[in-house]
Design a protein around this ligand. Structure first.
Ligand code: ARG
Length: 408
């Protein structure tokens, strides 16, 4: 008796995978696993109903808290890839890990996903699964399936597939972001209709200010009220979303090299990332901020690749943790016109002296205004020397000759 665990959403791709795993791959039994990373309830209903209609053993694993914690780690790393806060990317290893665990508990021989051979998710899932001894199966990719073929096959087999909750768009939702792609959106010159958005309202003239509290770089409270990671994200998605915060429309360079048009909504992520960066601006030194950009960029890249367990990430986390010890304080964010703009920040660890920076003070401690004169004398010194020995006339002649030549 052989058994295979399938990452199951109840959508067309994963639904056709169920009979295909038996017919084409010879498995005696398929079990479906759906992992909760904050999808809307309707998706679980769809998965549940489809599983029942298919007579599929169906497991639902709640990984929301674990995923939300990873999202908060990404805030400490100011993590975005080409403007996208990595919702889908960060969720995949969490989902893959949870499915693997069920597969092992249920004595499965294989593990399968319904990803195509075009996207990033196949790579992110398999990076986790190929650490195990299970047979890794990707029917859609391996059998070269298209949506059209799948639809026909489903009709033939009388499989329980509906139009899907998102109509013609391909949608991926979790706590951190909602991604919309496919169909007309594949044309980069096509302006998306507003109904592709579900989390964000059209920005109005209204505005609102909120205060976000961070401890060691982690968001812990909104307007003085403490939240766990899941409910803090849910709360901000709701609130910032009502001001139209966090829409991205980008040409995304995928791991395989394909460029794909992507639309995202991520109100909480945008709010928290903006606030966090504003607080770092107050407490970190100039050189820490500058160097951390390199660290953050590498962290983001590994996040995008679905490889947050790579040793490099652990090493980057060392630097991040060291800097975040001082990223404690509050940031006031104003929601206005589709933006979440930090308008005030406060921390006991501020690397800032109002006294020294002020235009109104002459001498602070041992530092007087005129002490800057020496610095000003040296500023740009080498450039002064180099420019003085450059033969500007010769240069001018060369340019003139070239222009004359061109005209003749
Ligand atoms: N391109 C994004 C990523 O690789 C998200 C794709 C989400 N999938 C979807 N069907 N909308 O992270």
């Amino acid at each position: 008796m052989t058994r295979v665990a399938l990452a199951f959403s109840g959508g067309l791709d994963t639904t056709v995978c169920v009979p295909l795993l038996e017919e084409e791959y010879g498995y005696d039994e398929v079990i479906g696993v759906t992992v909760d990373v904050g999808q809307p309830a309707s998706e679980f209903d769809e998965a549940e109903e489809t599983a029942e209609a298919l007579d599929l053993d169906h497991y639902v694993v709640d990984a929301k808290a674990e995923f939300a914690d990873l999202c908060f780690d990404s805030v400490r790393a100011n993590a975005t890839y080409q403007g996208y806060p990595l919702g889908t990317a960060l969720a995949r290893p969490v989902i893959a890990e949870a499915i693997l665990q069920v597969a092992q508990e249920q004595d499965c021989d294989g593990i399968a996903h319904g990803c195509t051979g075009k996207g990033n998710d196949q790579l992110r899932f398999e990076a986790v699964w190929r650490d195990s001894d299970l047979e890794v199966i990707a029917p859609v990719r391996e059998l070269g399936l298209t949506r059209e073929w799948e639809q026909e096959y489903a009709d033939d087999k009388d499989l329980p597939v509906e139009g899907g909750s998102g109509g013609d768009w391909s949608i991926d939702t979790n706590l951190w972001s909602r991604s919309v792609e496919g169909d007309e959106l594949e044309d980069p010159s096509y302006v998306p209709p507003t109904d592709i958005y579900d989390w964000t309202d059209e920005p109005s003239g209204e505005s609102e200010e909120i205060e976000i509290t961070f401890e060691a770089g982690y968001p812990v409270a909104v307007d003085g009220e403490e939240y766990d990671s899941v409910s803090l994200i849910e709360h901000l998605n709701e609130l910032a979303g009502s001001y139209g915060v966090g829409r991205t429309d980008s040409m995304e360079d995928r791991m395989l090299g394909l460029k794909v048009r992507e639309n995202y909504e991520h109100p909480a992520a945008t709010t928290l990332l903006n606030a966090h960066e504003a607080l770092e601006g107050l407490v970190l030194t100039q050189e820490e901020r500058e160097f951390k950009q390199l660290i953050d960029q590498r962290w983001s890249k590994k996040g995008y690749e679905g490889l947050v367990d790579a040793p490099l990430v652990g090493a980057l986390e060392g630097f991040i943790a060291q800097t975040q010890r001082r990223v404690t304080g509050t940031v006031t964010v104003r929601f206005e016109g589709g933006t979440a703009r930090p308008v005030a920040r406060d921390s006991e660890f501020a690397a800032y002296s109002a006294e020294h920076a002020s235009f109104d003070t002459e001498t602070v401690g041992k530092i007087k205004q005129e002490d800057a004169t020496g610095v000003a004398k040296y500023h740009g010194f080498q450039r002064r020397l180099a420019n003085a020995v450059t033969d500007d006339d010769a240069d001018a002649e060369t340019v003139e000759l070239a222009t004359d030549g061109g005209e003749e």
